[in-house]
Design a protein around this ligand. Structure first.
Ligand SMILES: Nc1ncnc2c1ncn2[C@@H]1O[C@H](COP(=O)(O)OP(=O)(O)O)[C@@H](O)[C@H]1O
Ligand SMILES: [Mg+2]
Length: 621
């Protein structure tokens, strides 16, 4: 007799439930997805005891007739796809036709639904996947599914349920993610008969974002909008200041589906490079739209994972969009952001908004200079200010820094030039009034808006890092030949690493040649570096690379190497600086692409707004 048997449907549904229904939040996700696919505009989710006792999702979507309702509980029954090619161009959230039978197989399950053309609704009651009762019932148009005693017949699963708070947290996250992506739908979540969240429909997606993420993030959110070929990216990212310690503030959507995608997440982090420290996570809500046949959503039963056909394009586009948004929104940047396609009225409105480096209005002279930008773009009105940036003879030199001409300051043109007029780098730091140095470590400055403390080491590290990086991006930077080439002896493994790095380091003006065995000789060092510490720098570069792994992307490795160089050559804490040195440093900071974070992601400056100080002194309430 044959040993192989086809499993009874109830058992195979239970097996499917093992993948689809991990916890109450997975039930909520599947039911809310169905409600969205049914074009609902109002979705209510009621929970009792973290979902252990009850999960009920009611919607006002198109509902089902009695026959469809019965069919929907069969495995692989779906209205969303029906032929082969459909599977490769999925437009709906559901398509596998297994959620309802899976959920019904591990719970007590009641479905009440009514279609617009029917006078009465249908009610189907099930337990453990078996239909116990089918009846007619009065019901509003739409669908209501009640799942009680989840996992009552799969005790092993039930044991894995966590505390009510934990399960409720997962449910709230699930609803939040759905709500973020569908701002025009009303979502209501209640727990033990108390309303936890009620998100009203909103025409402006940013309202939903602030509803979900909290209104405090609103002023730190920066919009993203970019389209490359047939990939569109929109959404909001928050300033690096708002970082979190987990990925819970990251919401990624592809074609309206909430996904956990490593490609996008990696690209997001890459866009934040240099702004976050290890262990910090950004807050971001990103919506990607790609042609339906450019993404495979049939990777896992939970449909959270996806695969892009053009993974690299997606990655690089997300990274660039994030990087650009952060650069342009840095509070030390003056951002005209004049949209070319805006009508003249909104343009002038935009321009008359106060300049907001610290959420307050600009000093008068910035307003004046801004007026100049309203004229057709011409370099002339800018020239005097512009020239002030050029390294003049009067600029003093910081310790460990060469006198060679820094990179020429240029008027930067936004990449998406069809949208934005050029951005000028402002004299944000150069215009600060320097009060003094505290503990030989922090520079205390005054701006119109408040008191600013600058970490001198972090600031100078950033300056040297960008000098090294930018020069090599254009050409090999000036390098100094060592009168006495320095030899370095390394271990076997380290020597191998240095051999891989040497040709790349050469592009940055650090020329190192093998000298037989594990010995190397350093011939030139970048001019900005102090040649005295070159052995230590090279050893540390090799160590860092070993830690990261030589297989990492070369550009990332080089960034780490430049960080080592920058750190060695930056002025230290507890080092007294002259007024001129401080001023030079502030001017140089203005030229940096990211003057707010050191290359490791630590903040360079912090500030206390006048208002906050006055509050603390109870001058105002
Ligand atoms: N809330 C709902 N409103 C209207 N129809 C629904 C609803 N939930 C489920 N359905 C119908 O039941 C079918 C099966 O649902 P499900 O098991 O989740 O599979 P899928 O969503 O993958 O198609 C759906 O294709 C849809 O036609
Ligand atoms: Mg479904």
């Amino acid at each position: 007799m044959s040993k192989i048997r086809i499993l009874p449907e109830i058992l195979s549904n239970k097996i499917a439930a093992g993948e689809v229904v991990e916890r109450p939040a997975s039930v909520v996700k599947e039911l809310v997805e169905n409600a969205i696919d049914a074009d609902s505009t109002r979705i209510m989710v009621e929970i009792e005891q973290g979902g252990r006792k009850l999960i009920r999702v009611s919607d006002n979507g198109h509902g089902m007739g009695r026959d469809d309702a019965l069919l929907s509980l069969e495995r692989y029954a779906t209205s969303k796809i029906n032929k082969d090619p459909d599977l490769f161009a999925i437009r709906t959230l559901g398509f596998r036709g297994e959620a309802l039978p899976s959920i019904a197989s591990v719970s007590r399950f009641t479905l009440v639904t009514r279609e617009i053309n029917d006078d009465v609704g249908a009610r189907i009651e099930m337990a453990g996947g078996r239909i116990n009762n089918v009846s007619e019932t009065g019901a509003p148009i739409g669908t209501m599914i009640t799942v009680s005693s989840i996992f009552y017949n799969t005790p092993a699963r039930r044991k894995f349920l966590k505390s009510i708070n934990t399960e409720m947290g997962h449910i709230a996250d699930t609803i939040a993610s759905m709500a973020l992506c569908r701002p025009t739908i009303q979502f209501r979540l209640s727990h033990n008969n108390r309303i936890v969240k009620n998100w009203a429909p909103s025409a402006d997606p940013v309202d939903r974002v602030t509803d979900v993420l909290g209104s405090s993030v609103k002023k730190e959110l920066y919009a993203i909008n970019r389209s490359v070929e047939n990939l569109e990216i929109s959404g909001w990212i928050a300033s690096a200041r708002l970082n979190r310690t987990t990925a819970r503030g990251i919401y990624l959507f592809v074609n309206g589906r909430w996904v956990k995608d490593r490609v996008i997440q990696h690209a997001l982090f890459a866009g934040y490079t240099g702004r976050l420290m290890k262990g910090q996570y950004p807050v971001a809500v990103l919506f990607l739209t790609v042609p339906f046949d450019h993404v495979d959503v049939n990777v896992h039963p939970t449909k959270h994972e996806i695969r892009f056909v053009r993974q690299k394009v997606v990655h690089d586009t997300v990274r660039d969009a994030v990087e650009e948004a952060l650069k342009q929104s840095d509070p030390t940047r003056w951002q005209p952001s004049v949209l070319d396609h805006c009508d003249p009225v909104s343009q002038s409105l935009h321009l008359s908004e106060p300049w907001t480096p610290f959420n307050s209005s600009p000093p008068a002279k910035d307003r004046n200079s801004r007026e100049a930008f309203r004229q057709p773009v011409e370099p002339s009105p800018l020239k005097p200010e512009h020239e002030a940036f050029e390294p003049g003879a009067g600029e003093s030199t910081l310790p460990g820094e060469s006198t060679k001409a820094p990179q020429k300051e240029s008027v930067t043109q936004s990449e998406s030039s069809h949208r934005q007029t050029p951005l000028w780098k402002p004299r944000f730091f150069a215009d600060l009034l320097v009060i003094g140095q505290y503990k030989g470590t922090y520079i205390i400055c005054e701006s119109e808006k408040g008191l600013i403390l600058i970490d001198q080491h972090a600031a100078h590290e950033r300056i040297v890092f960008e000098q090294l990086k930018n020069q090599s991006a254009e050409h090999r930077p000036p390098a100094q030949h060592l009168l006495l080439p320095e030899t370095i002896d390394l271990g076997f493994r380290e020597a191998q690493i240095l051999e891989i790095l040497a040709p790349e380091l050469d592009l940055y003006g650090l020329e190192i040649e093998p000298f037989g065995g594990n010995t190397f000789v350093v011939k030139t060092v970048p001019s900005v570096l102090d040649s005295g510490s070159i052995s230590a720098i090279v050893s540390q570069i090799v160590e860092k690379t070993a830690e990261i792994g030589v297989d990492a992307e070369m550009s990332a490795l080089m960034d780490e190497c430049l960080m080592v160089m920058a750190c060695h050559n930056a002025i230290r804490a507890h080092q007294r600086l002259t007024d001129d040195q401080i001023k030079t440093m502030l001017k140089q900071l203005d030229r940096c692409d990211n003057p707010s974070h050191c290359p490791h992601g630590r903040p360079i400056w912090i500030q206390w707004a006048v208002k906050d100080l006055e509050k603390q002194f109870h001058r105002i309430v």
